[in-house]
Structures are given as C-alpha cells and as structure tokens.
Ligand binder design. Structure first.
Ligand SMILES: [Zn+2]
Length: 307
C-alpha cells in the first residue's frame, strides 16, 4: 500500500511540475510581447517609437554596420526563426535578407517599410550588379518619407495586436508630431546656406532624397552607386568627378559613417578640397536616434557649406 501511494505521489509531483513548467512558458510568452526583428538601426528606432514596451526588438545590421554589405551571422537564423514580424527597408538595401529568411524557415510576417513611399530612380542603376534595385533605397533621409514609414509600421502593429491598437496609434501620433517638427527645423536650418552653395559630394548615392526634399544638388558620389557593394571607381571616373567638383566650385566633401573613408580622402586630396566631418548615412552610429542623426547631419552640412 505504501509503495503504491508513493508511486502515485511521484506521478502527481511529475504532473504538477509539467503543468507549472507549461504555465511558466505561456506566461512568459504573454508577457514578453511580440518578437520583432529589424534589419537596420534606423528602422529599429522607428519601430521602437511605435511599439513602446510591447515588443522585443532585435536588430541585424546594428548602429555601426553597413546594411549593404552586412554578413548574417549563424545566430541571425535563430533570431529570424523566432520572430513574429520582420521589418526591413526593401529596395535591395539588404541583399542578404531573402536567403537568410529562406534558410531560417521562419514563419514571420515580412514588412517592407519603404512600401508606399514615393521613390527616386537610382541614377547609376545600369552600372550595378543584378542584386540592386532600380530605385534608390535611402528613403529615410527625407523626413516626409519617414512619416509614411511610421504609418506603415503602426498599421502592422494594430493588425497583429488589436487589444493594444489605441496605444500604437497614440505612439505613432506623438512620434509623427516630432517628425513634423524635425522636417520644419531642417528647412529653417538649410535656409542659412546660400543657394549656390547647396551642393553635396558624398561617398555613395545616399543623399538624393535629402537633396530633393531640402533643395540641394548632388554633384557626384565617389563610388557612383546606390550601394557600397559596388567596386571602386576607375582612374577615369575619378578624373571626371574631380573635374565636376572644380567646375561646381565645391570646397567640401562629406564622409559617411558606415562607408570606407579612404576613397573620399584620396579624392579630396586630388581635388584640393576639404573633408567635412562624417554624415550618418545608412546606420545610426553614435548619433543615438533617427531624429538626432538627422539633426547632427544637418548641423554638419550647414556648418561646412556656410560662407
Ligand atoms: Zn547606402
């Protein structure tokens, strides 16, 4: 009798342990919120502003990584496999993403945040490899585009997590207000630069959206491509760009935080112009947030181009 009782007790204990373990897993699943993977640090900040505390965010190409040339790590497969939603820029900013998604066998919903943004064609598209978009992927340098991207992000969270719809809407609205102020602030700041000096030369084709929104002309880019994956310019291309720089009367060339600075420095030396502090192009770097990144870029540009 005693032996039978103790066997029963053992079974009961095992049963209770299994039940409590199951309870713990489902409780933590509920409290952890949505698992969200983002491809770049810029998208991470936009998604964080909408999601608030309701999602755990994992970024692949972080604040100091170049998303064009990012090489996925083995652990990225696990991150993608566990994700509920993946937010990506699209337009081949992340040429590694399709393969990563396929190999991870993820069931996550993929959201291209640039969908719905008015796109600019890449001026150097024909020179590029097959793994490139006809359109320039650097949409975030125009704040009015980011306002549309935030609406796309908001709509996804509202759809996936309806009980918190109001919170997502409120978060998105507050952030949109800040973006609107940023957009106006940039317009006031760049008005300090005389029109004939509103000319930019940078590492790669990153600032076309910025230029169109805020009234600048892109004189040229050192790599002559919308992706940092493109090969270095030939001697002939360098000579042509130096000629264009001299004709334009430009005195400064800008570095970018996630791109190779050597080419820019070489070009500046050969063209006899200055190298301005780096601009945040495709990653947040040390700037912290998207809004701070844009403010820092605009201050750098205004300071470098003012008479
Ligand atoms: Zn880029």
């Amino acid at each position: 009798m005693m032996a039978k009782n103790s066997r029963l007790n053992k079974r009961l204990i095992v049963f209770v342990l299994v039940i409590s373990a199951w309870c713990c897993v489902s409780a933590s699943a509920a409290s952890r919120g949505l698992h969200v993977v983002v491809t770049t640090s810029i998208i991470e900040d936009l998604v964080q502003n909408v999601a608030g505390q309701n999602a755990t965010l994992t970024v692949l190409a972080g604040a100091h990584s170049d998303p064009h040339t990012y090489e996925p790590k083995p652990e990225d497969n696990v991150k993608i496999a566990q994700a509920d939603i993946i937010f990506e820029n699209g337009l081949y900013l992340e040429p590694w993403m399709d393969k990563l998604y396929k190999t991870s066998q993820s069931q996550a919903q993929r959201v291209v945040v640039s969908a719905g943004v008015p796109l600019i064609k890449s001026p150097n598209y024909r020179h590029e490899k097959a793994m490139a978009s006809e359109y320039d992927p650097h949409v975030w340098h125009d704040v009015s585009n980011v306002r549309l991207m935030v609406k796309t992000i908001r709509d996804i969270f509202v759809k996936v997590d309806p009980p918190r719809a109001q919170e997502y809407q409120r978060n998105a609205e507050l952030y949109d207000q800040a973006l609107m102020e940023l957009d106006q602030w940039i317009a006031t700041q760049v008005a300090h630069i005389p029109q004939e000096r509103k000319k930019l030369v940078t590492s790669h084709d990153t600032f076309e959206y910025f230029a169109r929104r805020y009234g600048f002309t892109i004189i040229g880019t050192v790599i002559g491509s919308a992706t940092t994956e493109a090969s270095d310019p030939s001697a002939l291309e360098m000579t042509r760009l130096i000629k264009e720089i001299r004709l334009s009367g430009i005195k400064t060339i800008f570095l970018e935080n996630a791109a190779n600075p050597q080419l820019v420095k070489t070009l500046a030396r050969e063209a006899g112009i200055q190298v301005a502090p780096e601009l945040y192009a495709d990653a947040l770097g040390a700037s912290g947030t998207y809004i701070q990144m844009m403010r820092t870029n605009v201050r750098t540009i205004v300071e470098a181009l003012q008479p």
